[in-house]
Each structure stands twice: as structure tokens, then as C-alpha cells.
Design a protein around this ligand. Structure first.
Ligand code: UDP
Length: 240
């Protein structure tokens, strides 16, 4: 299976469907980035972060913002929710009798997430669980190097999870790493996803912002500015 990359603001995004992305991820190792407008905005300002994204083995468009941006640029790519993608990859890891590591979130959250995952996949071997409030990356890298998990889910928030994975993938050439943002909070039951109808119509972000108003300052002005930047990319030739 070949990657078919499209570009947005100079960043690679894969144009796979959900099923294709799962199949492709199952055949590779390395870094999966679940990209959103906040990350694109950061990458435009931070070339090292852009490097990490453009060197990732798979970049999935996580959410309506990136889907809309790609549409403006003429690419008909459908969004893939990182949390659903990661859940599917856990299932595959279990079916293949491979192992899983969970790194990130608050200690009680990652423990609870582990319990929930173990309940759903009783045969899955969860080889490592670590909360995301550590200072010493080297010691965590060393721990996972010893355990050699096939799938490593990192919920450290962005850009920390992408930077951590970029270091980790060099030490574990057979592992697949996914930056999963707030997924452990959802799996643990600490945070609820928006009802399906909001997810379907692309308004999950609005639901979450109303429920958790402090997210407002993360979305605004980033989201409208992101759309503006993409419109500029589409309609104003470079150098003007
Ligand atoms: N987090 C972490 N270590 C940190 C900062 C954040 O483990 O130093 C965790 C946080 O507890 C949460 C996850 O990272 O579970 C995602 O954080 P956030 O909601 O900021 O990310 P988003 O998915 O919204 O980008």
C-alpha cells in the first residue's frame, strides 16, 4: 500500500480512508501524528515541529478543521478521529497477540484507562503503563526499550507527545507510536465525548467548548486564523 500525501501549510497529510489508514498502520512501524489546526499553526511557526510531522510515517487528519482546510485546497480527504483510529489499533494489537504500552495523562487516569482497555480486550498484553507527568524522558525511553511493545499510545498533549515519539521511534524500530492527545481521559471515563450526532456533523469541538469553556481560548483565534491562512494559501500565490 502506497501513501498518497496531500499538503497543507507545507505539511504532509495522508489521504487514506479510515480502513486504509488502519491497514497501512498495521503494516508499518514508526510515528503516527493525529494532526489538528492547533498543531498546523504551531508547525508553521516552529520548523523543528514541522520537521517531526513531515518525517512521520503516517499523518491522519483528526477533525473537521483539517478536513475543511484540505477541502479549501481542493483535496477531498475525510477526517479520521484519532481516538477511534487508536481504539482500532488496540483491537488489532490484541487480535495479533502483541503488546501495548500506555504513556500519558494523570496517574489515576492512565490506570483507569488501562483497566477499561483490559476489560474490553482481556487477552491483550499491556506491558507498560506510565503517567505523563515525568521529567526524565530517558528513563521512560529505557523502560519501553526493554519491553519492546508493538503499540505505544502517548497522551502527553501536543507538541510534547510528538517530540517524545520522535525520540522513541529511533530506539524501537518495530513499534508503532500514536500521539493520542486526550484519549486516555475519555477511555478512563473522566471526560465524555460529544454525542454521536455532534461527531457526525463535525461539531464535536463546539460541544466540548460549551462543556469546558476554558477550551475556548485554545480554539479562538487559532481556528478562524487557520481557515484564513488556508484561504490565503489557496487564493494568493506565493510571494505576494
Ligand atoms: N498531559 C500529560 N503530561 C503533560 C501535559 C498533558 O500527560 O505534561 C496529558 C493530559 O493529562 C491529557 C493529555 O495530555 O490527558 C492531553 O492533553 P490536552 O487535553 O491538552 O490535549 P489535546 O488532546 O486536547 O491536544
Amino acid at each position: 500500500m502506497e501513501r498518497n500525501l496531500v499538503k497543507i501549510q507545507g505539511l504532509n497529510v495522508d489521504s487514506f480512508s479510515f480502513d486504509e489508514a488502519v491497514e497501512y498502520a498495521n503494516s508499518i512501524s514508526g510515528q503516527v501524528v493525529t494532526i489538528n489546526p492547533e498543531m498546523i499553526d504551531r508547525a508553521v511557526k516552529d520548523s523543528e515541529f514541522a520537521e517531526i510531522i513531515n518525517n512521520a510515517e503516517l499523518v491522519i487528519p483528526d477533525g473537521i478543521g483539517v478536513e475543511l482546510g484540505l477541502k479549501i485546497l481542493g483535496h477531498n480527504v475525510h477526517r479520521i478521529a484519532g481516538i477511534e483510529f487508536s481504539h482500532k489499533m488496540i483491537e488489532i494489537t490484541s487480535v495479533n497477540s502483541q503488546s501495548l504500552a500506555l504513556i500519558g495523562a494523570r496517574p489515576e487516569v492512565v490506570q483507569k484507562a488501562k483497566e477499561k482497555i483490559q476489560q474490553e480486550f482481556p487477552d491483550l498484553y499491556i506491558t507498560y503503563v506510565k503517567d505523563g507527568y515525568f521529567e526524565d524522558d530517558e528513563s521512560v525511553l529505557n523502560d519501553i526499550k526493554i519491553r519492546q511493545p508493538r503499540l505505544v499510545l502517548c497522551a502527553l498533549g501536543s507538541p510534547r507527545q510528538e517530540e517524545f515519539i520522535y525520540k522513541a521511534k529511533k530506539l524501537l524500530p518495530d513499534s508503532l507510536f500514536i500521539g493520542v492527545g486526550g484519549s486516555f481521559d475519555v477511555w478512563s471515563g473522566c471526560v465524555q465525548r460529544a454525542p454521536e450526532i455532534y461527531q457526525k456533523i463535525g461539531l464535536e469541538w463546539l460541544y466540548r467548548t460549551v462543556k469546558e469553556p476554558k477550551r475556548f481560548k485554545r480554539i479562538f483565534p487559532t481556528l478562524p486564523l487557520f481557515v484564513l491562512q488556508v484561504l490565503k494559501e489557496r487564493f494568493i500565490p506565493k510571494g505576494v
